[in-house]
Ligand binder design. Sequence first.
Ligand code: 1HN
Length: 334
Amino acid sequence: MATETATTTTTAAKATSFDQETPKAAAFYSGLREKNAGPLWTVLDKLVPPKPNPESVPNIWRYSEMRPSLMEAGKLVTAEEAERRVLMLVNPTLEAPYTTESIYAGLQLILPNETAPAHRHVAFALRFIIEGSGGFTAVEGEKMMMERGDVILTPSWTWHDHGNEGNSPVIWLDGLDLPLFRFLPLNFADQYPEKRYPSTLSTNSKSQFPWAPVEKRLKGAEGPYAVYHYVTDDGKALSATLGAQAERVAAGTTSPTVQETGSFVYHVVEGEGYSTILSPGDKSPKDIRWTGKDTFAIPAWSQISHTATSNTDVFLFAINDRPMVTALGLRRQA
Ligand code: 1HN
């Protein structure tokens, strides 16, 4: 990304008052580049903008389009060959691993009897199970059966492998803090010498958050809109980097407009509707229509509201970067 910024800002500099470059000035600028230095005054606007200026754009990955591609991937490569058979959700204006500037998301498929072999890494992962039964993930010796709507954590540096003991495809949404490791290149990883790390079945793991209690909380909350913030047993965010939330928007209503210094990857659990997103880079709001199992990205500091057009309530799940934004003292809300 650094290279991209440098390129854009050099171009931008040419269009400003510094474009009356005399041969002497031109020689000065190119001489600086040879010294691995550069003039701040041509890029200051971009480095210190009046408001956040994400490069990412709002984008949707429709399940009706992504699922066939996942199934095709299932024919091309085994989970074992791939290590993780994932279609990354790449923001149109960025490259992998950026779904937003701070969140990586992907759709992972595991077919019956496959194994995604055990490894561990510093990056944190959380998963939202979309479809299939009989899938499992084992995290540091705890084997958890994956059910639709579960959120399952893979904390930093824990051994994990996935499998499918059922007879249908199992698909989930992965969220990882991989963008952070482009900025801080500190992500180590290990392969386990065996396919699986030894594990025993767990039905009440601290790393597994079933949907039913979350849905119950959302349904029990008064009013047409409710949000639930996932927390661990000790009341903390799900990790130091990424967190998660779920929302209910009553049928036929629109949620309040919010704007905060963080980005989101939303996933539609149930219902139909659209989100109205005014991202900092856009002049007018954009409506993104969605239905069940779709996933969409929202850049930082966007104005966001969700409208439920179905005649049943809408339930949304979202991965956010709030823990890291908060830890860095950068959290603001409009
Ligand atoms: C990973 O370990 C998983 O364990 C999924 O399922 C996606 C993307 C990048 C790096 C590691 C997994 C990943 C990943």
